[in-house]
Design a binder for this molecule. Structure first.
Ligand code: ARG
Length: 585
């Protein structure tokens, strides 16, 4: 894998007489471009060599002058300022890139299994913004892990169990209107739930009734189970509409109910390890040593809790699915819960507890409103997506009224806008979502990136390079690079091709492997989103500054190669983010 700086240091190392070590980390970009493309501070080397940094700089500058990629190397104080022969550097770098197949992928995860807990909405409730964010971020992380050859399990831990289903069953029998429920299952069921809480204020005995109803369900009462199953089915049907629009898939839909028969074993194991203590009638694991409140395992009536099911789930993922790394993409408000969960696993003696990570995220507000299931200011997720698609449709019909598959493209753009808007911000930050901004074709948006990709496709199509021939883009680049090298020997005015826009674009593309790696390591897809914004901006400048199709033939092939590298990089990046990339917009 090559970032261009990494590669440049390797090239320089070939000409140095001393070991440059991890000097790539030290390369700097001079604040004033007239000082050079890169600068190498020599302090650390000086220390190692027991010489003054000035002397090292002078020695290195002389040696670097010999490197083909260097036009001029100049020692200024303790720094070597490097002016690259940009054309040659780029040509050689693209060459190295083509020989290296790991530009878009790596193999670091081969043989390892990671389980990602994502989406995980509660049934009989509207899909919330939190669940949307979890779905989007989790999908991107899953794609990223797969691009590094991890085996990835995408697990939807549906909230389909717990005392709230006792409440639901009681409310259904007392106030349910079957016809209304059949028509609008989620909103009606949610209403029932809200009604239960209102009624229970004056009739606290309802709570006992609900507890008893859930106990029946837990104990496998067939009637209770049938009703519950029906609620699960209608809810999933509704959620699936959102999933198919988002293009999300799961390898496992294992709701909390799945662990109903697996919790006794967990409780027994906790007992055997002497971890359970009784507190206020409930059984808990004390987390005093971690300065945390105790983790509730079993209530006084024997009912299990959210945490108990998560314990069973973690063990199932580890023992049965073989996962060595467990990610939980869940809103920041559950921070305490996951801390407790991971510490209990640790107390139980499981080493994989160290490899459990709560991938938390902030809130998202839509046009100033919060997604809420109770209050007045309700924004329905489906409405947001529909509206985003409608706006994309309107823009397209204005921009390109004859576009063939306009409806499909509008869907890709509307949904992509919502996804990109989420992923471009670091997940821990709150997001103010404005439909107008997210769907705009300019600015830091999904449509802007998709449009840039389509623009690159259009250039390539006109050049007869799309649909893709079987030669991958980067190897097309090689041929043009060779041609250019030939050319540059004859023509001193080569500089005109390697103008600033070209160089900037190549540099931005070259950052991709490093960003992919970091995004995976830090569970941060925003690094990828930001990188494709930079690439898109650089490409649009290049497109504006440098004629491609009308350039002389060798310049043209060189620019086409860069165009193709742009197209491929954006396409791969959007794939990672879970966003479609139509070739025509
Ligand atoms: N259903 C939960 C909620 O909506 C989220 C579940 C997250 N995953 C987990 N393994 N606890 O709050």
């Amino acid at each position: 894998m090559y970032g261009i700086n990494e590669w440049i240091t390797k090239e320089l190392a070939k000409h140095a007489t001393i070991d440059l070590g991890s000097l790539v980390d030290w390369l700097e970009t001079p604040p004033d471009p007239s000082l050079g493309d890169l600068a190498l501070p020599c302090f650390r080397l000086a220390k190692e060599q027991k010489k003054s940094p000035q002397i090292i700089a002078t020695e290195l500058a002389q040696l670097f002058e010999q490197a083909p990629i260097i036009e001029r190397a100049q020692a200024i104080g303790p720094y070597v300022n490097l002016h690259l022969d940009r054309t040659k550097a780029m040509a050689m770098w693209l060459d190295a890139l083509a020989a290296d197949r790991s530009f878009f992928t790596s193999t670091e995860g081969a043989g390892q299994v990671v389980a990602i807990d994502l989406s995980s909405p509660n049934i009989a409730k509207p899909f919330s913004m939190g669940h949307l964010r979890s779905t989007i971020i989790g999908t991107a992380l899953a794609n990223l892990a797969e691009s590094s050859e991890y085996t990835v399990f995408r697990i939807n831990h549906l909230g389909d169990w717990g005392t709230q289903f006792g409440k639901m069953i009681v409310a259904y029998h007392r106030y349910g209107d079957l016809d209304a429920i059949k028509q609008h299952p989620i909103s009606e069921l949610n209403q029932l739930y809200v009604r239960f809480h209102e009624e229970a204020k004056d009739h606290p005995e309802l709570e006992d009734e609900a507890r008893a109803a859930f106990k029946q369900l837990e104990d496998g009462d067939p009637k209770a189970h049938e009703l519950w199953q029906w609620i699960v089915d209608v809810s999933l049907e509704e959620f699936n509409k959102t999933y198919s629009l988002l293009g999300t898939h799961f390898t496992h839909i294992l709701g909390e109910s799945f662990y109903n028969d697996k919790m006794d074993a967990v409780v027994t194991e906790l007992e055997e390890r002497h971890l359970l203590v009784v507190s206020d009638g409930a059984e808990v694991v004390s987390l005093d040593t971690f300065n945390l409140p105790p983790c509730l395992i079993r209530k006084s009536d024997g009912a299990t809790l959210y945490a108990t099911r998560d314990l069973a789930a973690a063990l199932y993922r580890h023992k049965n699915l073989g996962a060595s790394r467990l990610l939980y993409v869940v809103g920041g408000e559950q921070r305490l819960h996951f801390k407790q969960l991971f510490h209990v696993l640790e107390l139980m003696g499981y080493a994989f507890a160290q490899n459990c990570e709560h991938v938390a995220f902030g809130l998202m507000k839509i046009d100033g409103k919060k997604m809420s299931t109770r209050k007045g200011q309700v924004v329905r997720l489906q409405d947001v997506l529909d509206e985003a698609i409608a706006r994309a449709e309107a823009i397209i019909s204005e921009k390109n009224p004859t576009l063939q598959n306009a409806a499909e493209v509008a869907k890709a753009i509307g949904v992509g806008a919502v996804i990109f808007n989420d992923l471009k911000t670091h997940r821990l930050h709150d997001i103010e979502f404005s439909l107008d901004q997210a769907v705009a074709f300019d600015g830091e948006t999904g449509p802007y990136v998709q449009y840039t990709h389509a623009r690159a496709c259009s250039v390539l199509r006109k050049a007869g390079l799309l649909p893709e021939t079987d030669s991958p883009a980067v190897s097309v680049a090689i041929h043009s690079v060779l041609a250019i090298e030939e050319h540059s020997k004859k023509d001193e005015s080569i500089e005109q091709y390697a103008n600033d826009a070209t160089w900037q674009l190549a540099k931005q593309i070259s950052q991709f492997p490093e960003m992919r790696q970091r995004a995976l390591a830090e569970s941060d897809p925003s690094l990828i989103a930001k990188q494709i914004l930079d690439i898109s901006q650089a490409f649009n400048r290049f497109y504006h500054d440098c004629p491609i199709l009308t350039a002389s033939s060798d310049v043209k092939s060189w620019r086409l190669a860069l165009t193709d590298a742009t197209r491929l990089t954006i396409r791969h990046a959007l794939d990672l983010l879970g966003i479609l990339h139509p070739e025509q917009i």
